[in-house]
Design a protein around this ligand. Structure first.
Ligand SMILES: [Zn+2]
Length: 245
């Protein structure tokens, strides 16, 4: 029992333990093990979480939702590789839609004679916006938080929301992961949103609970500590588990 522990599993178990003491929306961020996670653009965080969680889940993300028009359950699958391929390089320059990159996370958008300087929303922004009230209030809060400047000044930025949202989606494609589905039961088209952080947290939670179950079985059989069981590494652990009745 002298082998060094595989850091990925030990770190995952400690990150999960720390995260459980936090409010649910913050938990996935702790899986990334970086201090700045809640200040990165939402889509960048989604890409990091997809890369992290892929090693526990394989390449498929499956989700189900209810048809809004009939009792049918709709199933949707995403390939992690496709999602990551769709994420553009966040530092890439773009002149499409009048949006231009102007340095660390900020960009400008020409809208009805105003030059808007904007930044991309972060998980910290989403958490604050969720406290603003309903969805419309949250959107207005986000717009004000991410609008750094307007030239000439703008009394009410709300009418710019559709263009601002489109420019943000172009710059941070994984900020919102959506796919349109057609219900096989009634033909209604509906938009499915994939909550990447929630999916990553569920994947981590399932992975850790399986690991702890393995610790439990081997600790009971051999009297080993948690650190010793995790230190075996996945292959030796699996071999011992086969021997335990
Ligand atoms: Zn339906």
């Amino acid at each position: 029992m002298t082998a060094g522990p595989p850091p990925a599993e030990v770190e995952l178990v400690s990150a999960w333990d720390r995260a459980l003491g936090q409010p649910a929306p913050r938990r996935p961020l702790l899986l990334l093990g970086r201090e700045d996670a809640d200040r990165l653009p939402v889509g960048e965080v989604a890409a990091l979480l997809l890369r992290t969680a892929r090693s526990w889940t394989g390449d498929r993300v499956e989700a189900t939702l209810d048809c809004p028009a009939c009792p049918q359950r709709l199933e949707v699958g995403f390939a992690v590789a496709d999602l990551l391929a769709a994420a553009l390089d966040p530092t890439a320059d773009s002149a499409r839609g009048g949006a231009r990159h102007v340095g660390t996370g900020a960009f400008t958008l020409d809208w009805r004679g105003h030059r808007l300087t904007l930044r991309l929303p972060t998980p910290a922004d989403l958490a604050a916006a969720a406290r603003a009230g309903d969805a419309a209030a949250a959107e207005r809060w986000l717009l004000r938080a991410c609008l750094l400047a307007a030239d000439p000044p703008l009394d009410d930025p709300a009418p710019a929301l559709p263009e601002v949202s489109a420019a943000m989606a172009e710059r941070d494609p994984l900020g919102v992961v959506a796919v349109t589905l057609t219900c096989p039961g009634c033909g209604t088209a509906t938009e499915a949103l994939l909550d990447v952080p929630a999916w990553a947290w569920q994947a981590a939670d399932a992975r850790v609970r399986r690991l702890l179950g393995e610790v439990h079985r081997l600790a009971r059989a051999y009297g080993w500590s948690e650190a010793q069981v995790l230190g075996l590494g996945p292959h030796r652990r699996a071999a011992y588990l086969e021997l335990v009745p």
